[in-house]
Design a protein around this ligand. Structure first.
Ligand code: GDP
Ligand code: ZN
Length: 492
């Protein structure tokens, strides 16, 4: 069971909708004094209508009520009140919701009124969710899924976050955890009840088989080409090519044709300007790596080039821009000629790519407007190449280009599915890899005809359980909690 939050005795309140003018605003409360507070807010104070103090709300039912300031007794607004008694609430505690008119004045008056109620204080960012976590309502993957759902910018991101916030990963990880615990418990039972020589070979075989099965399932889950992470964090995309081939023009065109995404984490790679964009539901992070030129003696420019090259190798998608004129002269009947061209081009640019990490390179032939019809036909015969004129894009060419780009993104990000929840955080991946390592250490010690010290062997197996528990938050891990809840909004 999880340790209790430091001051769960406190009742917290917060505006859960944004601090902007809107039709309806939602203010939430959670904690043991919720019912007293809601009663104080609906009691008008005049002698014959003190019945607010006896008001007995039914769970999860909306009441239309007048809300009063408990000190000035002045009416603030008329709105809806909902009561969610614990433990069947989001936080697991008694909680309630006030829905009031969304003006800044009403919100300010309501928050002031709640501040006057006994034992209430404003909630910290993410504190409602933190209470839900400590109350055992959500595990950490669900908490992080919820944070992602709140921050989701594209349709595919929303789907993935929704699955995770409703427990798709939690169930998977918990099933592995339970199976590993069962294996360890099995082993421990023998330590207590049997002499070493009495252990049946069959039991050992069964244990080994189960561990190998769990291991294979985790391996399979890890072998995902980072699709979930790409969808969550955005597909890092760079545009490279020789000077004047139209890199900036392409970047500008793509940025104009996409919905830009505002992210608080933008610009994480120093000195390279990053922007996030939505292409057909898939998030793309562009970096402007302008100035990737081969020969330069300027120190600052050299430094910039170094960074740009680093970025290229960290990119998930590389758009290599070339002049359509050059490509049009290639022999389309020879598939090798394009590969050779790309190799030579990269070499001329002094770019070494290790295309092993799942990243993809796409050749873009720009300036098709400079070609004759025949040349363009020849160019279209080359397979696996995108064509565009950034200067004079026809609607048809642009559609084709964007469609091909979206298709590529879809391949990189995959499709979120309930049956196959995906790793969305590096942290999960690292712990799962360690989990496998611990299972392997155990298996290498423990063979059918070798009987190691059982207590030590069982302990090693318990280590693998702990790795999974670090993902889900079953073991206390303050450092992880700080990171997880840091990015939460107020009121959630
Ligand atoms: P960069 O150096 O690779 O970033 O190239 P720019 O985007 O700055 O473009 C270099 C030059 O090529 C500019 O004069 C552009 O107007 C021109 N240019 C870019 N795209 C096209 C195109 O599709 N057709 C033609 N004809 N010119 C283009
Ligand atoms: Zn440029």
């Amino acid at each position: 069971q999880r340790q209790a939050s430091s001051d769960s005795a406190c009742t917290i309140y917060s505006l859960s909708s944004g601090h902007v003018k809107c039709g309806v605003s939602v203010i939430r409360l959670s904690g043991p004094r919720t019912k007293q507070a809601l009663r104080a807010i609906i009691a008008s104070g005049s002698k014959n209508t003190q019945n607010g103090f006896e008001f007995e709300p039914k769970p999860r039912q909306a009441y239309l009520k007048s809300f009063y300031h408990p000190v000035s007794k002045e009416m603030i607004d008329r709105g809806l009140l909902l009561w969610f008694p614990g433990p069947a609430s989001f936080t697991g505690e008694d909680s309630c919701e006030f829905q009031v008119h969304g003006s800044l004045a009403v919100i300010a008056a309501m928050l002031d009124a709640l501040g006057q109620c006994d034992g209430l204080r404003p909630a910290e960012p993410g504190e409602f969710t933190k209470r839900a976590f400590f109350g055992g309502k959500l595990d950490l993957t669900e908490v992080e899924g919820l944070a992602d759902l709140i921050h989701a910018e594209t349709e595919a991101q929303r789907k993935q976050a929704l699955l995770q916030s409703t427990g798709a990963l939690a169930r998977l990880y918990d099933s592995w955890r339970k199976r590993l615990i069962r294996c360890a418990a099995h082993l421990e039972a023998y330590i207590d009840f049997a002499e070493e020589e009495q252990i049946e070979g069959g039991v050992i075989l069964q244990l080994t088989r189960e561990l190998n099965t769990v291991k294979a399932e985790i391996r399979d889950h890890l072998n995902d080409q980072r699709q979930g992470e790409l969808l969550r964090d955005g597909v890092r995309t760079c545009i490279v090519g020789a000077p004047n081939v139209g890199k900036s023009s392409l970047l500008n065109m793509l940025c104009q044709r996409s919905v830009s995404i505002v992210t608080p984490q933008a610009g994480t790679t120093r000195d390279i300007i990053e922007t996030m964009h939505n292409f057909g539901g898939y998030p793309v992070v562009f970096a402007d790596t302008a100035g990737l030129r081969r020969q330069t003696s300027d120190a600052i420019e050299l430094e910039g080039m170094q960074r740009a090259k680093q970025w290229i190798n960290q990119s998930d998608l590389i758009l290599l821009v070339a002049d359509a004129r050059e490509l049009a002269t290639l022999d389309s009947s020879q598939s090798k000629s394009l590969t050779n061209y790309i190799e030579k081009y990269l070499n001329d640019l002094d770019i070494q790519l290790d295309l092993y990490n799942g990243n993809v390179l796409k050749l873009v032939a720009n300036k098709t407007d400079t070609l004759t019809t025949d040349e363009l036909k020849n160019l279209h015969k080359l397979s696996n190449i995108l064509t565009i004129s950034c200067l004079q894009p026809t609607n048809e060419a642009l559609q084709r280009f964007l469609q091909a780009l979206e298709q590529q993104l879809q391949q990189l990000c995959g499709t979120p599915r309930a049956e196959h929840p995906r790793i969305t955080h590096m942290r999960y991946r690292q712990q799962l890899e360690r989990c496998i390592e611990h299972i392997d250490i155990f298996l290498s010690d423990y063979k059918p005809d070798v009987y190691p010290d059982m207590a030590i062997a069982a302990q090693k197996l318990r280590q693998s359980v702990r790795c999974i528990e670090r993902i889900t938050g079953h073991v206390s891990c303050e450092d992880i909690l700080d990171v997880v809840f840091k990015d939460f909004c107020i009121g959630k």
